[in-house]
Every structure is written in structure tokens, then in C-alpha cells.
Design a protein around this ligand. Structure first.
Ligand SMILES: Cc1cc2nc3c(=O)[nH]c(=O)nc-3n(C[C@H](O)[C@H](O)[C@H](O)COP(=O)(O)OP(=O)(O)OC[C@H]3O[C@@H](n4cnc5c(N)ncnc54)[C@H](O)[C@@H]3O)c2cc1C
Length: 299
């Protein structure tokens, strides 16, 4: 109740306060901020993925502008010599407006990424977009094999079936995460242990099948479970990677790296940081306590 109460007051919070709460989790408003952050973390041995904040746009021109921004991000990553790909939300590229427009913009970005030897991760949003997103990535992958991947969510009951029908046969490169959106009980597991169990079940199926997996979690139980699985299956360090959000549990990040695993940090940046921060805080009230903890520690 405490979480929900605070989450409901998020839209009323002054911009400066939200900026303060989210400063560890967002690189800043411009690309230079994201590049600087990546260079700072490079010495730890991290890899990166960059996310230009913005989603659910309402005009074609906005989708195209974000598309052009991603082309610049790819060029800059290339020029800086960073081990860094990009993560893109389908509704930011217009999936909610017109799937053909979305395909066209992604197509340009993936084509550019492929020409630079880079990679585009298609982020996963809420369930109205699940099928469209899986189809979108499958189409892009057919055009540019090896240069795209998608995200799957362990909280969704359907994901096990998606694996059998699409992800395993196509050997899709996936990021496996729990899932961040609020979904109804008939579509998603709500119980923490059920989500964890499904996460490790899906991970086993993926690794046994030889899919490349980005294991995206800060949950120590899952990190340990994944490490045991990798060891049990005798997989080389190149078979998968861990992925974590910028600013979350840096000690765990260093532990994973020290154990010899690959680790990719998700770096969000952009002018839309305020909308992103308030949305994350509202959608996942438990995050409020992480943010509040940061605030209290600071003072
Ligand atoms: C690289 C990456 C990409 C992702 N992409 C997507 C996506 O495309 N679609 C999607 O639906 N979801 C995505 N997610 C979010 C994911 O689905 C989970 O909601 C999120 O990672 C929290 O789950 P967890 O496994 O870390 O476990 P949790 O149990 O939620 O977290 C474990 C611990 O990590 C810490 N923690 C977790 N999150 C935060 C935070 N924000 N701030 C501070 N501490 C925190 C806390 O100490 C917490 O106890 C992504 C996550 C990562 C790491």
C-alpha cells in the first residue's frame, strides 16, 4: 500500500526530484552522456546497449525522428570503438500507429547496424504488442541474419509456447527477463517464485538448444541459478551474457564479471528521461523504494 501510495504521487513530484531519484539509472539527456558513461564503465570490462528514451509516440514524424537518432547513435558507437549495441522499443518506432511504418524504420536501422557489424535488440513491451513484436523481429532477422534479437518475458504464461513454436526452431538471439509491465493473472504469473521457476526453465531450454541468451536480471537467486546451469551444461563464456540496468547493484555486476562471464549494461539516455522515470516509478511501485532508498542514503 505504501508503494502504491507513493507511486500514485509520482506525477505530482517536481521534475527536479524525479531527476534526483533517477540520476543513477539514466545517463543523461544527450548522447554524449551515454558515451561518457560507457567509457567510464569500460575499464570494468562491461559491454553495453543504448536506449534512446521515448515510447508510445503519437505521430509518424516522431517515430522517424527517433529512427534518425538511432542511426546517429550507431555511427557514434562505431566511431568510439565501443562494444555496444542498441535496444529499441517498438512503440517508439510507431508500432502502435502503423506496423508497416514501424517495420520500415526498424529496417533502416538494422540495415545500418548490419553495415557497421552491429546489432539491434527489439525490446518487448506489454501484451497487446507481443505477437507483433515477435513477428517484427523475425522479419528483420530474415533480412539481416545475425544482426537482431528480441526480448522474452518469463512472467508471461505464453512464453514457453513461444519458445517451442518460434524461438527455438529459429535459434533466435534473445534477452530473457522477468517482464516489467502490469499484466492480468490469466496472462502472467504474479507469484515471485513462479516467475523465477519459469525463468530458469526457459533459460535451460534456450541454452540446451544453443540459442544465444542475454540473461537480464539483478535477482541474485536467478544469477546463481544461471551460473549453475552454465556450469552444468559445460558452456563456454561466449554462449551467453548477463545483462543489467545502469546503476542497479554494481557490486553484483562486478561479481559476475570477476567470475569470467560477459556482462552488458543497459544505458538509457535522452530528452524523454522525465516521462521514462515517472512511468517506471508508476508501473513498478517496488522501484519507488529503490529510488527512495537511494535518496535516504544520500542524506
Ligand atoms: C538489461 C535489461 C533489459 C530489460 N529489458 C526489458 C524489456 O525489454 N521488457 C521488459 O518487460 N522488461 C525488461 N527488463 C526489466 C525486467 O523485466 C525486470 O522487470 C527487472 O529487471 C527487474 O527484475 P529482476 O530480475 O532484476 O528481479 P527483481 O527481483 O525485481 O530485482 C532484484 C533486485 O535487484 C534490484 N533492482 C531491480 N531493479 C532495480 C531498479 N530499477 N533500481 C534499483 N534496484 C533494482 C533490487 O535490489 C532487487 O531486490 C529489462 C531488464 C534488464 C536488466
Amino acid at each position: 500500500m505504501f508503494h502504491t501510495l507513493i507511486a500514485n504521487t509520482v506525477p505530482l513530484m517536481p521534475k527536479r526530484l524525479v531527476g534526483h531519484l533517477s540520476r543513477h539509472y539514466i545517463a543523461g539527456p544527450v548522447l554524449d552522456d551515454a558515451i561518457r558513461t560507457a567509457h567510464e564503465l569500460e575499464s570494468e570490462g562491461c559491454r553495453f546497449t543504448m536506449d534512446v528514451l521515448g515510447e508510445s509516440i503519437s505521430r509518424e514524424s516522431e517515430a522517424r525522428a527517433y529512427g534518425r537518432q538511432y542511426l546517429q547513435v550507431l555511427d557514434r558507437i562505431h566511431a568510439e570503438g565501443l562494444d555496444c549495441n542498441v535496444s529499441i522499443k517498438p512503440t517508439q518506432m510507431g508500432l502502435g500507429l502503423d506496423p508497416a511504418l514501424c517495420r520500415e524504420i526498424y529496417g533502416e536501422i538494422v540495415s545500418h547496424a548490419a553495415s557497421l557489424g552491429n546489432f539491434v535488440r527489439v525490446d518487448m513491451e506489454d501484451t497487446p504488442y507481443t505477437d507483433l513484436t515477435l513477428e517484427l523481429q523475425a522479419g528483420l532477422e530474415r533480412q539481416h541474419p545475425g544482426h537482431t534479437g528480441v526480448v522474452i518475458q518469463a512472467y508471461l504464461r505464453r512464453t514457453d509456447r513461444d519458445l517451442g513454436e518460434r524461438i527455438l526452431p529459429a535459434k533466435t538471439n534473445v534477452r530473457l527477463c522477468k517482464g516489467i509491465y502490469r499484466e492480468p493473472l490469466q496472462l502472467a504469473y504474479h507469484d515471485r517464485q513462479e516467475v523465477r521457476d519459469n525463468f530458469l526453465h526457459l533459460l535451460r531450454r534456450l541454452l540446451e538448444n544453443g540459442n544465444y541468451v542475454g540473461i537480464a536480471t539483478h535477482d541474485k537467486v536467478l544469477v546463481e541459478g544461471a551460473r549453475q546451469l552454465i556450469e552444468e551444461l559445460g558452456l563456454p563464456p561466449t554462449a551467453c551474457e548477463f545483462q543489467m540496468l545502469l546503476g542497479v547493484l554494481p557490486d553484483l555486476r562486478r561479481e559476475i564479471l570477476a567470475a569470467g562471464h560477459k556482462l552488458r549494461v543497459y544505458i538509457p539516455f535522452g530528452e524523454a528521461w522525465f516521462a521514462y522515470s515517472t512511468r517506471r516509478l508508476k508501473e513498478n511501485p517496488s522501484l519507488v523504494s529503490h529510488f527512495m532508498l537511494g535518496l535516504f542514503r544520500k542524506h
